[in-house]
Structures are given as C-alpha cells and as structure tokens.
Ligand binder design. Structure first.
Ligand code: ATP
Length: 325
C-alpha cells in the first residue's frame, strides 16, 4: 500500500488545476546520458497538450517518468495532483496511455484483443465487458473490422485499436507517445480527428510529436523540448505570437525584388519561383513596398505571413527544427 491512501485523485485536485506538473524533473541514465534536464512542465486541465521536440530530445523519457515506469534522478512529477511514481496505483487507472505502439496479439481479432485487455483490468466488471469493448471499437471506428485478425490491420488501424484499449475505461488523461508515427497521411488524419474528438468531451490529452504542423493542427497548448531542456511552453497561439512572421512578396521580377529587399535591410531572403520571402526589416513595411515599386518591381502581393511554431522554434533556439526520423 505504501504512503498512498485510497483517496481518489478527484478529491485532491481543485478544478482548473494542472493535470501534469513537474518541477526540476531530471533523468540521467546509467551510462551518464542526461536525457531530461530540470524540466518544469505545466499541463492545464482539458488542454490538448503537444510535447514537441526533435528525436532524442527527451520526450519518451519524460513520459516514462510521468507514467511511473522509471524513477527520475531528481525533481518531482505530479499527475492528476498526485506524486509519481509513488501514487501510480491510484493515478494510473484514470490515465489511458499509448506508449511505443500498442502491444497486440496478431493472431487474435481486434475485438478479442480488447476483450483480453479488459479482462486484465481487475476493476473491470466482466458482465459489462462485451458492451465496453463494443463501445470502444465504435469510438475509434473499428466496428466493421472488429472480427479481423489484428495482424491484418494497417498500422493506422493498429494505432486505433491501441487507442480503443486506452479508452475501455473513462479516462481523465490520455498520454500518447508519437501517436501518428509511421502512419500514412490518411492514417494521420484519422488519429488527429480522433484526438480532437476525445478532447472535445473534456479529456486532457498529452501527446508527443516531432511534427510541428501536427502540434499546430491539433493542440491548444504545447511545450517545446531540445536536448533534454524545455525551450518554451504555453498556448499554441501565444507561442508563435511573439515571433514575427516572414515577409512575402509575389512578383514576376523576383531577382530585382530580392535585391531591393536586401537593400532595405531584410535578412534571409529566399526566392522560390515568383515568391520572395525574407525576415522583415525593422522599418515601416509601407516604405519597403514603396522602394520595390520605385525600383520597377511589379508587386502582385505583399504581406507578412503569420509566424508558425517552426518560426518560433527557430527564433528561440537559433536552430532549424530537425524533423528527421
Ligand atoms: N534506456 C536508456 N539508456 C541510456 N540512454 C537513453 C535511454 N533511453 C533514451 N536514452 C537517451 O536519452 C536521450 C533522450 O531520449 P528519448 O527517447 O527520451 O528522446 P525522444 O525525444 O523521445 O526521442 P525519440 O522520438 O527518438 O524517442 C537520447 O539521447 C537517448 O539516446
């Protein structure tokens, strides 16, 4: 039993409080690798929280600490208001997790896989098992394929089956480690819309990804990791708000436009066909536009694109976002 009483997490967690909170969370592996370095993470209730970082930045290590699978070297982690890993027994029943791909039996049907999962849960009432499994299959759109062997499933269907397993019980938090990794664009769309749907009924979703556009498409909040350290966190809209977007000029005279933009102090000028983009110079853009026109550049379009999370990452780290892997 240990220090944890039978108190339900609901009773210790005031509404609106963070669902995940870490302070100085650090993991140094035995080989000496500092995988997570002093992480202070705050995941608000009912958010879809994107945990973003290039491969090797410490996302999986953090998730494993949050789920009580490994001990931190130092620092603390609270999930649903309770300390991890100490409170694993009371916290984990409220958390659905999909980490490093679902463990499935290929020779069993999708439905039988879920029946097995459900049977492994000592709190699950066997009398309502079939109904629970049917509801979970329906939730992820696998009812029609439920009788097929799991080994015949596409990767996307396997991921959805894994999600169904995580959803057999009502959950307050879903933790998904790279849920769209390896999926084709259609599979990615399916998982993303499922995540949005799950979040719409108030479940907090914490998902890791190395894909910036994925985070922008599905997440309300995000934290950005690089080399084991937190670079920034907050509402997705705010993360990019402090960063200026790129100046975009559309013109049939891109060479001349690029020259004039450089003369006007624009940095990082890039020409792609009839589009010239640049970091906007620190001056009135009306003057820059006038300079283009005065130089005889035929300007078809002139404006500043909204900054993306990628622009924010580059601005914060001074590095490109490596999406390899
Ligand atoms: N069991 C381990 N023992 C030693 N080092 C490890 C171990 N697991 C991960 N690492 C190292 O810790 C660092 C962070 O790895 P982690 O898997 O947490 O990153 P990640 O952001 O999840 O990346 P990926 O998306 O590639 O899994 C990496 O340098 C990795 O090589």
């Amino acid at each position: 039993m240990g220090e944890e009483s039978a108190t339900e997490p609901e009773q210790s967690e005031p509404p609106g409080d963070s669902v995940i909170a870490t302070h100085g969370l650090t993991k140094r592996y035995r080989g000496g690798q500092l995988a997570v370095d002093g992480l202070d993470l705050t995941v608000p209730a009912a958010s879809v929280f994107g945990f973003l970082g290039p491969n090797g930045s410490g996302k999986t290590t953090t998730i494993r600490m949050l789920m009580g699978l490994i001990e931190p070297t130092s620092g603390t982690a609270r999930v649903l208001g309770r300390p991890m890993p100490r409170a694993s027994r009371t916290v984990l029943p409220h958390v659905g997790a999909l980490i490093e791909g679902p463990a499935l039996y290929g020779f069993l049907s999708g439905r039988d896989n879920l029946l097995r999962y459900d049977a492994a849960d000592p709190t699950a009432d066997p009398r309502t098992r079939r109904a629970r499994v049917a509801a979970a299959l329906d939730r992820v759109g696998l009812t029609a394929a439920a009788g097929k062997k799991a080994k015949a499933y596409s990767l996307g269907m396997k991921q959805r089956l894994g999600l169904a397993a995580a959803l057999l019980q009502p959950r307050r938090l879903l933790v998904l480690d790279e849920p769209t990794n390896g999926l084709d664009p259609q599979g990615m769309r399916e998982i993303r819309s499922l995540v949005r749907e799950l979040a719409s009924d108030g479940t907090t979703v914490f998902l890791s990804s190395h894909l910036l556009d994925e985070i922008e498409q599905v997440c309300t909040h995000a934290a950005v990791m690089a080399q084991g350290r937190l670079i920034t966190q907050g509402a997705v809209a705010d993360l990019a708000a402090g960063v200026r977007g790129r100046l975009v000029v559309t013109t049939p005279d891109p060479g001349d436009a690029a020259r004039v933009l450089k003369e006007q102090g624009a940095a990082d000028v890039v020409v792609t066909d009839d589009r010239v983009t640049a970091e906007p110079p620190d001056r009135d853009l009306a003057e820059v536009n006038a300079a283009l026109v005065t130089a005889g550049v035929r300007v078809r379009g002139f404006g500043v694109e909204r900054a993306s999370l990628e622009d924010a990452f580059v601005a914060l780290t001074g590095e490109g976002f490596d999406v390899a892997g």
